[in-house]
Design a binder for this molecule. Sequence first.
Ligand SMILES: Nc1ncnc2c1ncn2[C@@H]1O[C@H](COP(=O)(O)OP(=O)(O)OP(=O)(O)O)[C@@H](O)[C@H]1O
Ligand SMILES: *[C@@H]1O[C@H](CO)[C@@H](O)[C@H](O)[C@H]1NC(C)=O
Ligand SMILES: CC(=O)N[C@H]1CO[C@H](CO)[C@@H](O)[C@@H]1O
Ligand SMILES: [Mg+2]
Length: 614
Amino acid sequence: MLVSEMNHLSLLLHLIFFIVLNPSVLSTSQDQFVYSGFTGVNLTLDGVATVTPNGLLELTNGTTLLKGHAFHPTPFHFGETSNGTVPSFSVSYVFAIYCAVPVICGHGMAFLVAASNNFSNTMPTQYLGLTNDHNNGKATNHFFAVELDTSQNDEFKDINNNHVGIDINGLNSVNSSKAGYYDDSDGNLHNLTLTSYKMMQVWVEYNRDSTHIDVTLAPLYMAKPIKPILSTTYNLSRVLTDMVYVGFSASTGTIISQQYVLGWSFGVNRPAPTIDITKLPKLPRQGPKPRSKVLEIVLPIGTAAFVIFVGAIVVLFVRRRLRYTELRENWEVEFGPHRFSYKDLVHATKGFKSENLLGAGGFGRVYKGVLQVSKLEIAVKRISHDSKQGMKEFVAEVVSIGRLQHRNLVKLHGYCRRKGELILVYEYMSNGSLDKYLYDQEKKPTLTWSQRFQIIKGIASGLLYLHEDWEKVVLHRDIKPSNVLLDDEFNGRLGDFGLARLYEHVTCGRKPIDRTAQGNHLVLVDWVLDCWRQGFLVDAVDTRLQGAYNADEACLALKLGLLSSHPFINLRPNMREVMQYLDGNMPPPELNPGHMSFHMLCLMQNKGFDPETI
Ligand SMILES: Nc1ncnc2c1ncn2[C@@H]1O[C@H](COP(=O)(O)OP(=O)(O)OP(=O)(O)O)[C@@H](O)[C@H]1O
Ligand SMILES: *[C@@H]1O[C@H](CO)[C@@H](O)[C@H](O)[C@H]1NC(C)=O
Ligand SMILES: CC(=O)N[C@H]1CO[C@H](CO)[C@@H](O)[C@@H]1O
Ligand SMILES: [Mg+2]
């Protein structure tokens, strides 16, 4: 009575002791055990076999030509039943094999039941640490093993390099089968790769009565398949003795593989207890070092950001390039010094801002700008011009005009060309164009007579220079108040000369005038008549001048204007004479009123006037 109570107490204490000290051991007794992970488990290890800190039983460690053994520390007394018959037993374990080079792997591992736990006299390589070349297969070895063989050895008549075998006393398997399992639902064989480094479970069962040995294999998380992958009949009573050790053996050869056991259970005369697969330790990561979690997140985002960044830069760059693209041709090389870069002009005009717009005419818009480097004030005229035809000649003329230097001409600094566009860069005229004074009465002050007369003289002098002093005859052809510009000293200056040529046959709508001496006069006539009609003649009655003008000068201007447009060419004064009259170096000409019929005046005022028709 007392004895049995004490037994119960010690059993309970035992249980508590084990459960508290070693949570992975759920139950242990003389005829069964189960380890779901090996943390704190007392195993008898030799060779390179170790239990890792997180509870993995590692049989070999990744170094060549080594072996490792792990045994349950205490033997099992199989001979209890006295007649020496090996009892039924059952084992299950979870394993994984890592193979660095999947096509050529190390030799594998074995579960074994043996009379001894001393395997020091064995060899690594193909012997799996079970035997050596002398004792392989000898009855004195007294072991039964189930090999998971991952290399094919012809000397042992291996069927392939991925098989399960039943070994008695040696490595020439009694029976073997390629690794796999039979599906319970359809009975089909599914292959498994032992070296896949996937966790798999093995069940080995020996039946004492039938002497059947069944080996079943399945991926982890799969219930034990009904049909074993390998079955054989072998009376283990002829192999094993009264006392047996159970454990694992593995070896590496010249090629490395690593064998891990994650969980293990064993039962004598009962099924092996179920391994709690939720408690199994984690396998170490193998192969190339994986990227860290941070990198896994940061890298794609970083890459995407980088790609977007580069894309944006490219887009900006291309846009910038497109923004500043110019049209340059070989023939322009000689005009290099007169060529402006579009980029400079964009910067000078603050990107052609509307607040820099000076005005728009028949050819395009004119912008005020300041060149960044020289601080030179410029007027930039953008002319849309698609045709390439005549462009070379025109640019040549622009450049030759650019060489003109006269105080009554607006200097043409140079040009720039883009697709469909010609850009001319002029000297900036701070007081704008004459039309502003003649028509924009509110904004601008009324010009005094002396200012007006100075302007007339200036323009006449500018025209004279264009006609006579310059080696080339340049015709203006487009004289009108908006093309008479005023500098800071209020000198009249001619602008836009030569430009009409660009549109000679296109858009001007004006009859081209002969490049003859007579033609020159016509130009002046146009202008004087314009002034007369729109400005001076009106002013004579206009209160703006309030009679404050020199009657002689006004009369002279008028007479000159009319004379210059005299229908009889030989009666017209030439440009030099006009200049002399204006300067007062010659007495004013007499104007015969008889010559001035109303009809003639009409003729003279006709801008399409052609001398040849008279
Ligand atoms: N060099 C310049 N300096 C200052 N302002 C200028 C200059 N050139 C032109 N402008 C201004 O820009 C306006 C537009 O000039 P633009 O020559 O394009 O037209 P327009 O003279 O009216 O007609 P057209 O196209 O027949 O010459 C002018 O009215 C003038 O006020
Ligand atoms: C494996 O164990 C052997 C013997 O202890 C040792 O020499 C070797 O460095 C170990 N290899 C690795 C990869 O840890
Ligand atoms: C009438 C007029 O606007 N005159 C101006 C011409 O330009 C100079 C210099 O910019 C100014 O000082 C004048 O007032
Ligand atoms: Mg103009």
